[in-house]
Design a protein around this ligand. Structure first.
Ligand code: ADE
Length: 303
């Protein structure tokens, strides 16, 4: 997979991605890092790439021309191939996630556009950017660190980059579950012992223990993720406690006729796939109303 990074600081990106796992992936030819210095494309005789913003305001803006020409130098769509996606690193973009990393890892090539100073002339952003992406709700001084963060997360989803082919897909955030706790030698450290079960050699019980720990952790540390975890399993667990009352909801889920929108300790919310009607079951009126607040104002059906 080829990454092109349009930046004013190519050495920052090149140096930052040469070590450890990514360094090895580059050497093996699994990924390629091609940093393009936007300054090399300026037509200004003093090598300038920025100027004052029209209308006034603080700081300088990167000019459209050098950015556009740097992009043209790498974005040569091959015959019959779709244009290469251009990811613009910006706090205004969609928030980067594991799911996005997995999706972007399917591409053969990606272009990262890193801004600096107060930003980039809007016209070139409109012209070339396909995906504005943010790495979180904070403002950095430039797009290089976000690009490096994303390249790291995307690269580990590329087959062969991780030694254990499994580990890119079976860890934190896969299936909306955090990873279980891990231990290595010694067996006792500072009086703290490794849980006995991990020394038992009983792999079925170890897997069960790990899943339980993952669920516990996710529930307490990231309740937002836990809400999305194993919705069918958790919905059925709730509904089967009163099979008669929930017959319709159970059938709809089993036949794939309803989407499960929320499963809580005190209720379940589903939405019919064809008609769009909601069904709510809840232990209390308050719990029902909390679930109702997640729906559109039309089509709610109480059970
Ligand atoms: N550039 C500056 N801040 C950023 C952020 N949070 N994400 C992506 N690009 C940025």
């Amino acid at each position: 997979m080829q990454f092109h990074i349009l930046t004013l600081f190519p050495e920052m990106v090149e140096n930052g991605l040469q070590t450890s796992i990514l360094g090895r992936a580059i050497q093996k030819g699994l990924i390629g890092i091609h940093a393009v210095n936007i300054r090399d494309y300026t037509q200004d005789k003093h090598n300038k790439v920025d100027d004052y913003p029209y209308g006034g305001g603080a700081g300088m803006l990167m000019q459209a021309q050098p950015v556009y020409d740097a992009w043209k130098a790498v974005a040569k769509p091959a015959e019959g191939k779709k244009p290469v996606r251009v990811l613009f690193m910006s706090p205004q973009g969609k928030t980067f996630s594991q799911e996005m990393a997995r999706e972007l890892a399917q591409e053969e090539e990606l272009i990262f556009l890193c801004g600096h100073y107060e930003g980039i002339d809007e016209r070139v952003i409109e012209e070339i950017v396909t995906d504005p992406v943010s790495i979180g709700d904070y403002v950095l001084t430039g797009g290089e660190l976000p690009a490096m963060v994303m390249i790291d997360a995307i690269s580990r989803m590329v087959p062969g980059v991780l030694k254990n082919e499994d580990s890119g897909v079976t860890e934190s955030f896969q299936e909306n579950l955090l990873e279980y706790p891990q231990y290595t030698r010694p067996e006792v450290w500072e009086g703290k012992k490794v849980p006995d079960i991990l020394l038992s050699g009983d792999h079925a019980r170890i897997d069960k223990w790990r899943l339980e720990k993952s669920e516990e952790r996710t529930k307490s540390l990231r309740p937002d993720l836990y809400e999305k975890y194993d919705l069918p399993g958790r919905a059925l667990e709730y509904l089967l406690k009163d099979k008669m009352l929930h017959m319709d909801m159970i059938e709809d889920i089993r036949r794939g006729k309803a989407d499960i929108l929320a499963v809580r300790e005190d209720g379940v919310l589903t939405k019919d796939r064809s008609g769009g009607a909601y069904r709510i079951t809840a232990k209390t009126k308050d719990a029902g109303e909390r679930l109702l607040s997640l729906t559109d104002p039309t089509g709610a059906v109480y059970v």
